[in-house]
Design a protein around this ligand. Structure first.
Ligand SMILES: C[S@@+](CC[C@H](N)C(=O)[O-])C[C@H]1O[C@@H](n2cnc3c(N)ncnc32)[C@H](O)[C@@H]1O
Length: 278
């Protein structure tokens, strides 16, 4: 079968064209062990494993990353299952700004807390990119034991046992240290949106995505109120945001006396990341 035909099978089942193309490429790269560029030189894909995976995708409607057992993010393949959120491209902005912030702090050793670490993508990529330039210690916390098992597997796979640690904690409940940076991509989708979201997203852990309040700012509020006790002098907080949340979170920061508040935009011009200092 040709690549376009495989894409068409998914499109005919309601998967959006670009998404279908990305999924087929991921399946082909995985099964054949080839890069996107190498795939350009192959016309026909008749491996049985490829059709099995595509069929499973159609029959179960599960996200392809859960079927394959991993998700690519910032150049690495992260182990994922239904206990963790699938990494989103949007989160690259948060990770990149965390790395930039860490490298700009005038200290030889940087301590970072990643709240709601899930599969550990933020902690692992940040550690991997910072550790070559300065000493870094990152603690990733989550209240889901199952998610933490996945995060630990990812940390080991990426050989980051010296710079990354994971710990079970309900927000700061099990955290007594102070950090230079607190980073978080917390659950932020108001639960009233649940019925409107894509079916595939319903396979992801509900508690990783949804919050009870109408604006989706429940976790930002809790973290900002407690963060002062856990930040070093001039410490920073970085959050990922959903469209429309910047002004609310900006206000929460101002109310708690934070300063130097900045927004970082995604490709659509949405304020995706907010950064503030104590
Ligand atoms: C949106 S996911 C982010 C996962 C990952 N950091 C990422 O960016 O892909 C939010 C994470 O917060 C965790 N979480 C939810 N409530 C929490 C709480 N009270 N304390 C700690 N973690 C929590 C969820 O288990 C989930 O892993």
């Amino acid at each position: 079968m040709k690549k376009n035909e495989l894409v068409k099978i998914l499109e005919d089942k309601g998967i959006e064209k670009n998404e279908a193309k990305a999924e087929v490429e991921l399946v082909l790269e995985t099964v054949l062990g080839k890069t996107k560029e190498e795939l350009l030189f192959i016309d026909e894909f008749n491996d049985e494993k490829i059709s099995d995976i595509i069929n499973k995708r159609i029959e179960t409607k599960k996200p392809i990353q859960y079927i394959l057992g991993f998700a690519p993010f910032m150049g690495e393949n992260f182990i994922v299952d239904e206990n963790v959120l699938i990494p989103r491209v949007d989160t690259e902005i948060l990770v990149n700004e965390t790395i930039n912030a860490a490298l700009n702090i005038n200290k030889d050793k940087i301590k970072i807390l990643d709240i709601g670490t899930g599969s550990g993508i933020i902690a692992c990529i940040a550690a991997k990119r910072i550790k070559d330039k300065k000493e870094v210690e990152i603690i990733g916390i989550d209240n889901s034991t199952r998610a933490l098992h996945i995060a630990i597997d990812n940390m080991k796979k990426l050989n980051l046992t010296r710079s990354v640690m994971f710990r079970k904690s309900d927000l700061f409940s099990n955290v007594s240290e102070k950090f230079d940076i607190i980073v978080s991509n917390p659950p932020y989708i108001p639960k009233k949106e649940y019925e409107k979201i894509q079916n595939e997203v319903k396979f992801e852990p509900y508690d990783a995505l949804f919050v009870d309040d109408d604006k989706g700012i429940y976790y930002y509020d809790l973290i900002i109120k407690e963060a002062k006790n856990h930040l070093e002098e001039n410490g920073l907080i970085l959050f990922e945001l959903m469209r429309g949340q910047f002004d609310f979170v900006d206000e929460l920061f101002i109310k708690e006396g934070f300063k130097n508040i900045e927004a970082y935009l995604d490709v659509q011009g949405i304020k995706r990341v907010i950064k503030a200092s104590i």
